[in-house]
Design a protein around this ligand. Structure first.
Ligand code: SF4
Length: 232
């Protein structure tokens, strides 16, 4: 539910309301199914229920925002999705119908040969935050001996394929710095190893979705593991 099911309202940059509503709705449907004595089947009524609920009413008018943004970029895409949102708001329809992305996220990753690497300035100014400081603030915690929740179908792919072709993007897109490429000799970039710091995972599931080889599978961690935002 929530972000995992894509219930973020992109132009509002807001999803916690739909995360709560979709969780409540799912619990209602599962409880009703259990009360009927059902087991080992799908709760199909959930699909129609969220579409006709406040979640659907919130998301339908903005359904084309990300596809238009991805396809036409910020300068052309923003006016187009702005126009689309206004026609939805004022007249209840979209001149674009319902758009999709056309390909999954992992297939949209470009190889190194087609991009110019971004060189980030070193962190000197204050206030400045690095990834691990933010992971610390999220109170992320996992039991030391819990089962592995980030699984590689083929452990050789990150170094043998992803590193030369894509620069191993997991070390960049993971918001928690879980994935690292560590070299025996950093200066010579020799003998690279792929390191997974699973204890830092904040469970956004990006790696499962974005890995170009679809080699990473995220599974739910042991109960209670992960970030803990006590003031939300
Ligand atoms: S689920 Fe998110 S935080 Fe966890 S390892 Fe994957 S990309 Fe990183």
């Amino acid at each position: 539910m929530g972000c995992a099911a894509g219930f973020v309202n992109v132009p509002r940059i807001k999803g916690s309301h739909n995360a709560i509503l979709s969780g409540l709705l799912a619990a209602d449907h599962v409880a009703a199914a259990l009360a009927e004595g059902r087991a080992h089947d799908e709760v199909r009524a959930y699909e129609d229920a969220w579409r006709s609920s406040d979640i659907g009413r919130d998301l339908k008018p903005v359904r084309n925002v990300k596809p238009l943004w991805s396809k036409y970029g910020t300068y052309l895409g923003a006016p187009l999705f702005g126009l689309d949102m206004w026609t939805n708001e004022l007249f209840g329809f979209s001149i674009f119908g319902t758009l999709s992305h056309g390909k999954p996220d992992h297939a949209a990753t470009k190889p190194l040969s087609e991009v110019t690497p971004i060189v980030y300035a070193r962190l000197t100014a204050k206030p400045a935050f690095d990834k691990l400081s933010s992971v610390f603030v999220s109170n992320t915690n996992h039991e030391e001996d819990q089962p592995v929740h980030l699984r590689l179908a083929d452990p050789s792919i990150p170094i043998d394929d992803n590193l030369p072709v894509y620069g191993e993007p997991a070390r960049l897109y993971c918001p928690a710095g879980v994935y690292e490429v560590v070299y025996a000799d950093e200066a010579a970039k020799s003998d690279p190893r792929f390191v997974i710091n699973a204890q830092n995972c904040v469970h956004c599931k990006t790696c499962d979705i974005k890995d170009p080889a679809q080699n990473i599978t995220w599974v739910p961690p042991e109960g209670g593991g992960g970030p803990n935002y006590p003031n939300m």
